[in-house]
Ligand binder design. Structure first.
Ligand code: ZN
Length: 340
């Protein structure tokens, strides 16, 4: 089969589109023909080099496609069935996995990170990863869902426990997590303040349901969030930008507020005054992906049309380098999807 593969870490030039052996599914796995694989910032981090990534390596976390064949031990699926894949790998038998907290498993990793991903034509995965999709959902849209909607769902419900009437500040409205978090926070009855970098992204954020949008290049996020809340501050901040916005995000919180973070796109180092943390009784929460149960929950909302994936642009898989360059420029609003 064809695959976008890296033999070394580095810039987009290390991505190669070449022939690799077809995967051989185990008896407990399904073989899936990849019809679409959405990109995430994680692809850029993995390409540049992350601990635990073995070379050569196939990138790509968010996969939708069709079942080719099911292994001998797998029941309940048929060839040709349209599916998406849970973008994660876990051990299935440790105490965290059997309790349904797969993202706390010691073996937990994201497809395309610790294990090979879906920037290829065929992938073999355990049956637990394979989730049928409704006919009305296209492969490109389906691939745009799993990682970011699961991440935003776990952040807002599993970690920050959002409640109706609260105010949620969502950083980076144009990012996959931002797009999912705006819609989810609205669905849970919150008022949403989003941040965006230009007028076009501001308009798109409002179309998704954001009540207010702050231009994070022209305005101070903390000051604006306080103005918009009558000097109170927000209940929850959904962070994934990291170093560039961390202090403003903390300043935006009301006393007793919660900052939940799943990323550090602009850099991993943050410093703050500990007195600010304890005197204002803030909660800082880490969040990583989510559980299989949460994935099924959030997919029900997507399949019912209550949450909508947003696709910015598709590229043929053979143009994976151009797609990486495009993602690195952050011009997108929504997902960038590779089509094998
Ligand atoms: Zn486990």
């Amino acid at each position: 089969m064809k695959a976008a593969i890296i033999h070394e870490f580095g810039g987009p030039e290390v991505l190669r589109y070449e022939d690799v052996p077809d995967p051989q599914p185990r008896k407990d796995q399904l073989l899936v023909r990849v019809r679409a694989c959405a990109m995430n910032h994680l692809d850029l981090w993995v390409r540049k080099g992350l601990p635990g990534v073995k070379l050569p390596h196939i990138l790509g976390s968010d996969i939708a496609g069709e079942i080719v064949e099911a292994g001998e031990y797998v029941t309940g699926f048929r060839p040709g069935q349209r599916v998406l894949l849970a973008p994660m790998h876990f051990c299935h038998h440790c105490e965290q996995c059997v309790a349904g907290r797969q993202n706390l498993c010691r073996e937990f990793t994201v497809l395309g990170n610790g294990v090979d991903g879906g920037n290829c034509e065929l992938i073999a995965v355990p049956a637990v990863n394979v989730i049928p999709i409704p006919d009305h959902l296209g492969f490109t849209e389906a691939a745009s869902v799993p990682l970011v909607f699961l991440t935003a769902y776990h952040m807002l419900t599993g970690r920050a426990a959002v409640r109706p009437g609260q105010t949620v500040l969502v950083l980076g409205a144009n990012s996959g997590v931002g797009i999912a978090a705006i819609q989810l926070a609205k669905l849970y009855g919150a008022t949403v303040i989003a941040t965006a970098g230009d007028d076009r992204k501001t308009q798109l954020a409002k179309q998704l349901g954001a009540d207010h949008v702050i231009n994070h290049y022209q305005q101070k996020i903390g000051d604006e969030a306080r103005k918009l809340t009558g000097r109170l501050g927000v209940d929850i901040v959904v962070e994934h930008v990291g170093a560039a916005t961390w202090n403003e995000s903390m300043k935006a919180l009301k006393p007793g507020g919660t900052l939940v973070t799943c990323g550090a796109t602009s850099g991993p180092e943050a410093t703050f005054d500990l007195r600010f943390l304890f005197a204002r009784q803030l909660a800082l929460l880490g969040s990583y992906m989510g559980t299989m149960g949460e994935l099924h929950d959030v997919l029900k909302l997507v399949f019912a049309g209550k949450l909508k994936p947003v696709v910015d642009k598709t590229f043929p898989l053979r143009e994976v380098r151009t797609a990486h360059e495009y993602l690195e420029q952050s011009k997108m609003f929504g997902k960038v999807v590779l089509i094998p």
